[in-house]
Design a protein around this ligand. Structure first.
Ligand code: ZN
Length: 112
């Protein structure tokens, strides 16, 4: 599963940034056009964090809607997939949001 590797990367990045502190919360932004499913990340997270600084941390996922700007008419519109056409019928558009997959924030506590 693609999301397992993605989750392992996220946990590794956050674990490194924590520098020995315990992580109590992680907030991710997952764009709907990023190609990963936030449900699958949430599922993998509980497994991947076992034995790491993130064990027991709460995971928050903010789903980011996809948006694109049409190259034909200039309209900015919401797009569910990479192939959603503009309401004007044009398939030529520039994606402006929805491909992000980032760690937005994390909460740390000093290890006891
Ligand atoms: Zn258009």
């Amino acid at each position: 599963m693609h999301e397992l590797g993605v989750t392992q990367n996220i946990v590794a990045i956050v674990g490194e940034a924590a520098k020995g502190r315990r992580v109590t919360r992680v907030t991710l932004e997952v764009g709907k056009l990023s190609g990963v499913m936030s449900e699958a990340i949430a599922f993998c997270f509980d497994v991947v964090v076992k034995g790491t600084a993130l064990e027991g941390a709460r995971l928050e996922i903010l789903d980011i809607d996809g948006r694109a700007r049409c190259k034909a008419c200039g309209l900015e519109f919401e797009t569910e997939t990479l192939f959603t056409p503009c309401p004007c019928g044009s398939h030529r558009s520039t994606r402006i949001r929805g491909e992000e997959l980032i760690v937005k924030s994390m909460e740390l506590v000093e290890a006891a």
